[in-house]
Design a protein around this ligand. Sequence first.
Ligand SMILES: [Zn+2]
Length: 288
Amino acid sequence: MIPALITLLIVGSLFGTFFVVERFVPLRAHKAALIARLFVNLCFSALAFVVAGLLVRPAAQSALHWAGAQPFGLIHLIPLPGWVQFVIAFLLMDLSFYWWHWLNHRSGFLWRFHNVHHIDADLDVSTGFRFHFGEVAMSAVFRVVQVALIGISAPAFATYELVFQINTLFQHSNVRLPIRLERLLSMVFVTPRMHGIHHSQVQGETNSNYSVVFSWWDRIHRTLGLNIPQSEIVIGVPGYSTPGDRRLLNSILLPFKKQRDYWRMPDGTSALRINRAESTSHPTRLAE
Ligand SMILES: [Zn+2]
């Protein structure tokens, strides 16, 4: 089992590293003031950590113990060597996270909360933990079902949690990697350019690239969209794109208020992709 303190140290130092590197080699130009964004994102992160610690972690641990004691779960249906169970459980965790993320976009109720993550005006490592506490709380229910149905062991769960956190920071970071390297990486993992497209103001682009660790779930489900150059991407959600929408209190209250048309700008226009020349010619090739 990976102790929580070691996970915290690894995640903390990676956060710091990405934060520094993305200042020197940025992938996309920032459009909002950094300090104000950081303040809001850190407040959301702190609330998310509290809810995760009070709800999600205890719920996951109870499900782990219960499923382990029966034993219960998909991976116990056929007798398999321990390492095969480990790999299958790890993959099933990531596949089911793909489905959970997809559902967060497709369910109107869940999207009210997940939208708060998407309205950040820029995308960098600080967006990685910017989740509404309501979304974090609801994920506790999903986590119990996920862990119990899969029947994952405690070591496999701790390993997946660590890889999940590391890749969450990586994919949200604004670090410009050499395109050849990122094209190679994106064949296996979700990378910053790939996830940047998921945070685009264009509805069809936001509704693509739902994978969390392994990028191949989007290939399998035909939701992959890699061919949008980062220089053409405007980060955010059009209906909530004014500085006022992104203030802390407004963002916290957003899910509980009457919802606007998410995909129309305040002036009534839609965010559309004008230049789709590259996007239609190579739909699964990561654009620069
Ligand atoms: Zn999303």
